[in-house]
Design a protein around this ligand. Structure first.
Ligand SMILES: [Cu+2]
Length: 156
């Protein structure tokens, strides 16, 4: 009975030691924008958190539905949280986007993955014409109101 127990313990230690390197690989834990998110506004930055600390070589890339690369700034590993990598991104048109991540864990092993998010048609494109319309209306109002007292020369 004692020998059998010792064999079991050794077996468990062996199994655990085999699993350890696999645990060190970096897996995506969460991201901002999150996978499958539907956004009203274009994101300004892609953030991705992993299950283990990352080292240089880790990177984020973003592609549109036509597989064209979106303008993404250099990927950096967050100085306060080494499990977080982040990359600034230029304004995105409405559409479906794929984030490809390549995570180099601190054991040197590389893992890859991707997820999608959607930038919804609308908000940014709708807000500006409305704001422009208000500005034009206010301008016209001031012109008409001020015209009699300041004379035609001050009117736009
Ligand atoms: Cu590894």
């Amino acid at each position: 009975m004692r020998i059998r127990r010792i064999i079991l313990v050794i077996g468990a230690i062996f199994l655990f030691s085999q699993l350890m390197p696999a645990l060190a690989h970096a897996a995506l834990v969460r991201a901002e924008p999150p996978p499958d998110a539907v956004l009203d506004h274009t994101p300004t930055e892609i953030l991705a958190w992993f299950s283990s600390p990352l080292i240089a070589g880790s990177r984020l890339k973003v592609f549109d539905s036509q597989f064209r690369a979106a303008a993404v700034g250099p990927t950096v590993i967050d100085s306060a949280d080494p499990t977080l990598m982040r990359a600034p991104i230029e304004s995105l048109q409405p559409g479906r986007y794929t984030v490809n991540w390549e995570a180099t864990a601190d054991d040197g092993h590389v893992s890859l993955g991707s997820y999608e998010f959607i930038v919804r048609e609308g908000s940014a494109a709708l807000v500006w014409p409305v704001v422009g319309g208000i500005v034009v209306l206010v301008g016209v109002h001031i012109c008409i109101h001020d015209a009699p007292s300041f004379g035609a020369a001050t009117c736009c």
